[in-house]
Design a protein around this ligand. Structure first.
Ligand code: FE2
Length: 374
């Protein structure tokens, strides 16, 4: 089986409770235009804004929401700014994976006590809608975890932000919540970060994939998945493994200039509708050859969706002991081959689509070939 037991003993109990993903913040070159993409293509609605018009002198941030998924897109207004420097280095990418907690100061103090590298000590911000306490620690690369305590807050997002609505008609595509966020880390660093989540956050190791699970003729990678106690937070961590050619993880690390978030999996209850809409709106997906569908039902058994529909949309299928799942991966959503999305519909399955790895990685290699980076 996939699950290996670590020889180190861990408490495997949350250091502090986490209620879910609070938001994901991207540092981007042009937040105004990125916000349009997430509205028009992904069906997110603008709910809040902070920028020069609201008294922020250095940055502009757009908060977008669909279901429980909340994205913040931030750009700097000056070259000599941390956000500009981040974008220069990494391109558009994920800066913050924010975690919704009951007590941000407690979460921060416990994490730092257990070895987390502090980024920002707890700070309570207030406006007429109440108060929010936030605190941040470092994780892999230049990525941060921000703890957000908002139990006394009724405003649109955070103090300092103003409620704002989209200026265009929004057609949501059925995105419900963040299923998991995957990090790519440098060769040899996967275990260090898995131990960080175990030791500092009290997460448990859910599953291990080695290069025998995830390899093609050319490339390979290793992956371990950690999760918090209630399972709402799942972080697979990938590192490159030796292959004949450059692995997709190395390609990411080269273009991102270090470790960072590789993909965000967004859950839907109706993947056929979601993917149909995304395709209609011009979002590009990885292509898996039609031959995949000739034998897939022998592998996964009965499913309630029409196979022809899944084939038309190029949606992949996998099954584990608990049920099945449907998934598909976009191409990178910026010019650097870095961050992309997974759309996932779970019908009982709690795994990550291991049965599709080979077909997927071959699809990624075809894209690498086209970019001249294989
Ligand atoms: Fe995934």
């Amino acid at each position: 089986m996939d699950t290996l037991t670590s020889n180190k003993t861990y408490t495997e109990q949350d250091t502090f409770p986490i209620n879910g993903t609070d938001y994901i913040e991207f540092y981007v070159g042009n937040a105004k235009q990125a916000a349009h993409y997430y509205q028009s293509a992904f069906g997110f609605r603008i709910v809040a804004y902070r920028g020069p018009e609201t008294g922020a002198r250095e940055t502009a941030s757009y908060v977008l929401q669909q279901g429980k998924v909340r994205f913040v897109l931030t750009s700097a207004l000056y070259p000599d700014h941390e956000v500009s420097r981040h974008v220069l280095q990494h391109g558009d990418g994920v800066k913050v994976l924010a975690l919704w907690v009951d007590n941000a100061a407690d979460a921060y103090n416990k994490a730092v006590e257990r070895g987390a590298r502090p980024f920002k000590a707890p700070e309570t911000m207030k406006d007429e809608y109440g108060e929010v306490t936030i605190a941040s620690i470092h994780t892999y690369g230049e990525t941060l975890h921000t703890f957000v305590e908002r139990k006394h807050y009724e405003g649109a997002f955070l103090p300092g932000f103003q409620a704002r609505e989209s200026l265009m008609e929004i057609q949501p595509i059925g995105l419900k919540y963040v299923d998991h966020c995957v990090g790519n880390v440098e060769l040899g660093m996967m275990n260090k970060w898995v131990e960080f989540y175990q030791d500092v956050m009290g997460f448990k190791l859910l599953v291990t994939f080695d290069d025998k699970d995830i390899s093609t003729e050319y490339t390979a990678l290793m992956s371990k998945v950690v999760s918090n106690g209630n399972g709402f937070i799942k972080f697979p961590i990938n590192e490159p493994a030796q292959g004949k050619k450059k692995s997709q993880i190395e390609e990411y690390l080269d273009y991102y200039h270090g470790a960072g978030v590789q993909h965000i999996a967004l859950a839907t209850d109706d993947i056929i509708f979601t993917v149909d809409e995304l395709r209609r709106r011009g979002v590009e997906f990885l292509y898996v050859p039609e031959a995949y569908y000739d034998t897939v039902l022998e592998r996964v058994g009965e499913i309630k969706e029409e196979l022809e529909e899944l084939k038309r949309l190029n949606i992949l299928i996998d099954r584990d002991e608990e049920g099945y799942l449907l998934q598909i991966f976009t191409k990178p959503v910026q010019d650097r081959p870095t961050v992309f999305y997974e759309i996932i519909q779970r019908e009982g399955a709690r795994s990550f689509g291991k049965g599709n790895f080979k077909a997927l990685f071959e699809a990624i290699e075809r894209e690498q070939e086209r970019r001249g980076t294989l």
